[in-house]
Design a protein around this ligand. Structure first.
Ligand SMILES: [Ca+2]
Length: 484
């Protein structure tokens, strides 16, 4: 795992709770005849009852794609063709790594005409082996969907604290429905655990957040969305690869263009796989001869487990654990980029949340304080990195990991120790300007606390001799205003 890289990118999302909103409905899309919304692979839609659907924080909205390295066109060689898959062959582990994409280019401008770009993309897709039939069926008559672009650029404008974010998403309903699903599909989960080492609660945690077990998979035709995002300069490279992967899925015979219905950002199925993730990791876990991530629980469970194993999930190890802090700590050690053996955290007075002692062993963990030293505290184990690969937003990753522990029986989250001070967006911008004046690089002055801002805050806290937990507070802002 690229722990440091991942952590740096991730911490970047710390307070960037980001946009949250319902998937945009298909009504706003200009569709070619090929994309009349008739999703034959989906159950009748029923929106999840829980507040903001999870899609705001999903991978496509974050700043870089999951790891990986083969050019998209080479991927099919490693994939079992759907028509010939059997349970035995489908679960053969695959090892696909795609290249990391460059960070999103905010404030970029599109200079090429859409029609010119699309003609070029079609040529390139054909040159890379996608059949003319698929290219025509999927891309003819495509137009740009400005709503998708607006949606993509709007993300990141909504900051939300971790406590508020997790409160809306890691609901009791999802805890209970997760437990029910595990009981209901016990044999499948047992097989997935044996095969991939990923626990049922971890899979159901994602499953609940991503679609409430299929109730909310999005009703957006993803091809027009992918074409738009592939054209747009902000994350063009990433989405050109996703668009090609979608074409490969069609070429492979898994889906017809009209069946590709999902989120406005191109994710499909009950655990909301981007097309490249589908192409590389979706499997026919029930041996039916086809992969179905829309309606088939067994395929959803197997595919999700297969994906996580390929990301490096460590069987039998924990991922996240809420802990209790007793007394003072060297706060600067609370950083996802820093790991210590559990025995060291125990020596610093960290206990299990029920007050019992932590095992004094060598298990590596970071201390995660999403809202600073007075907020809830977690030990994030090495498997937590897999959560960050799934989605780089730290709020999302922590919420998904915590939800899995709740499904496994962990008690409701502690609200922290006392009042937790919060800076609003305007105050955060002012803090960023103050830090820039002192020579720090905080990235964009955007009112969102990303990795650079957190690092600057931590350094400033150390200089001022105050607890260096990287969490920006009104007190720190006040000290900076006073010219310290
Ligand atoms: Ca199947």
């Amino acid at each position: 795992m690229h722990v440091l890289k991942v952590c740096a990118a991730l911490v970047a999302m710390l307070i960037a709770g980001t946009a949250a909103s319902q998937p945009v409905m298909a009504g706003g899309i200009e569709m070619s005849p090929a994309f009349k919304p008739k999703p034959p692979v989906r159950k009748p839609r029923r929106r999840a009852p829980a507040p903001p659907p999870p899609d705001p924080e999903l991978a496509p909205e974050t700043q870089a794609a999951p790891a990986a390295a083969l050019p998209a066109q080479e991927a099919p060689a490693t994939v079992q063709p759907a028509q010939t898959t059997t349970a035995a062959t489908a679960i053969a582990p695959k090892s696909v790594r795609r290249a990391k994409h460059p960070p999103a280019k905010d404030n970029c401008r599109n200079t090429t005409r859409f029609s010119t770009w699309l003609a070029g993309f079609k040529k390139q897709a054909a040159a890379e082996g996608i059949s003319p039939r698929t290219i025509n069926a999927a891309l003819s008559g495509m137009t740009l969907n400005r709503k998708v672009i607006a949606r993509d650029r709007r993300q990141g404008f909504f900051a939300q604290t971790f406590l508020s974010f997790q409160g809306k998403l890691a609901t009791k309903n999802r805890v209970l429905s997760g437990r029910r699903k595990i009981k209901q599909r016990k044999a499948v989960f047992d097989r997935a655990t044996r095969q991939y080492g990923v626990p049922p609660s971890v899979i159901t945690g994602f499953w609940a957040l991503e679609s409430d077990f299929g109730a909310g998979m999005g009703n957006f035709p993803i091809l027009p969305a992918l074409v738009t995002l592939a054209y747009d300069c902000r994350r063009g490279e990433m989405f050109q690869e996703e668009l090609k992967a979608a074409l490969q899925i069609i070429d492979r015979g898994d889906m017809r263009p009209s069946q590709m219905i999902g989120s406005w950002a191109g994710e499909i199925g009950q655990t909301q796989f981007l097309p490249s993730r589908y192409l590389d990791y979706a499997i026919d876990f029930d041996g039916s001869g086809r992969i179905d991530l829309f309606r088939n629980d067994t395929d959803v469970i197997g595919s999700t487990a297969n994906y996580m194993k390929n990301l490096g999930w460590r069987a039998g190890e924990p991922w996240l654990e809420e802990v209790r802090i007793t007394g003072d700590l060297p706060w600067k050690e609370a950083d996802l980029a820093i790991k210590h053996p559990r025995s060291q955290w125990a020596a610093w007075g960290i206990k299990r949340v029920n007050g019992k002692a932590l095992p004094k062993d060598n298990m590596q963990a970071s201390l995660l304080l999403p809202m600073g030293r007075n907020g809830p505290a977690f030990l994030a184990y090495q498997n937590f990195d897999i959560y960050l690969e799934w989605n780089q937003s730290l709020n999302y990753a922590t919420t998904a990991a915590y939800l899995a522990t709740r499904i496994d029986g962990a008690p409701p989250m502690s609200r922290g120790r006392g009042r937790i001070p919060v800076l609003d967006g305007g105050q955060t911008k002012e803090l960023q300007r103050q830090l820039v004046r002192r020579g720090y690089d905080v990235g964009k002055i955007d009112g969102l606390v990303g990795a650079k801002t957190r690092a600057a805050v931590k350094d400033m806290q150390m200089k001022l001799g105050i607890p260096a937990d990287s969490y920006p507070t009104p007190a720190l802002l006040a000290a900076l205003r006073r010219g310290r």
